[in-house]
Write a protein of this length. Structure first.
Length: 253
């Protein structure tokens, strides 16, 4: 089911995607940093309601006017969700941002919340009303099926995750430069071993990992393949809180 959905999104790839109006700052900052506002315009905030208030729970990526890609572990069937788009600071009113109700969630059929190491930590969220694209709300590109990034390719993880263990949630969108660890290295026994699947992207912090901490459901934005015209892609994150390099789900596998 999910596979079909993602493949159709690839066919729809003729839609403009991955080209932000406000370009991100892609200097080699070690660790995490505040993103340039609206420079990852497909970045979504998935929020749930509790006692009349809305809470950010995970990031997501807008892949077309009606669908946001996120991680399966972000979805609980008992919760009511909405999606905020065009945001930089989650706690102030921002012009050009909007919130949309969620009409349904589709979790990958093979996701097993009791054994995340199987993979498939990926889900789709359908917006109740299609959104119009603006200079602050734009589409992520999905990578070509089967594409593989070379070792040490730089990518950016973005989200409103915790900056440090037990830290407070940052108000403003963070970005963190990471480097791809190729399959041979990542699946070796000193690293992830068999947990690493070919459907995942493995990446590690660029020198300092602590600031790349929990970014649930975040996208990983890579140039895919290097040198191509569409510069940014997005993935849903599969989060593991260890010192190892992190693994991300690659949706088109
Ligand atoms: C949007 O993406 C979803 C999920 O991939 C797909 O089912 C749907 O057909 C797409 N819609 C458009 C208008 O491209
Ligand atoms: C984080 O908080 C938990 C529970 O409050 C505590 O047990 C743990 O030691 C804290 N970790 C750090 C690194 O401060
Ligand atoms: C791991 O990465 C290094 C470069 O950092 C590379 O030389 C090596 O071939 C890779 N593969 C393995 C299995 O170590």
């Amino acid at each position: 089911m999910i596979r079909t959905l993602l493949l159709s999104a690839l066919v729809a790839g003729a839609l403009s995607c991955g080209v932000p109006t406000y370009p991100p700052s892609v200097t080699r900052v070690v660790g995490g940093e505040e993103a340039t506002p609206n420079s990852w315009p497909w970045q979504a905030s998935l929020q749930y309601t509790s006692n009349g208030k809305w809470y950010h729970t995970c990031g997501g990526s807008l892949i077309n006017n009606s669908w946001v890609l996120t991680a399966a572990h972000c979805i609980s069937s008992s919760r009511t969700y909405r999606v905020a788009l065009g945001r930089h600071n989650l706690y102030t009113a921002e012009s050009g941002s909007l919130t949309v109700s969620v009409s349904k969630t589709v979790v990958h059929q093979d996701w097993d919340s009791s054994d995340a190491s199987k993979g498939y930590d990926i889900a789709l969220v359908k917006l109740a009303n299609p959104v119009s694209l603006t200079n602050k709300i734009q589409l992520a590109c999905l990578p070509p099926a089967g594409a593989i990034l070379p070792n040490k390719s730089p990518c950016y993880v973005t989200g409103w995750g915790y900056l440090h263990t037990n830290g407070t949630l940052p108000d403003v969108l963070q970005q963190c430069r990471v480097l791809v660890v190729d399959c041979a290295n990542c699946s070796s026994s000193g690293w992830w071993g068999r947990t690493m699947k070919t459907s995942m992207i493995c990446a590690e912090g660029d020198g300092v990992t602590s600031s790349c901490n929990v970014r649930r459901g975040s996208g990983i934005n890579c140039i895919f393949p290097p040198g191509r015209k569409e510069p940014h892609c997005s993935h849903s994150e599969c989060q593991y809180c260890t010192e190892h390099p992190r693994l991300w789900v690659q949706p088109a596998c």
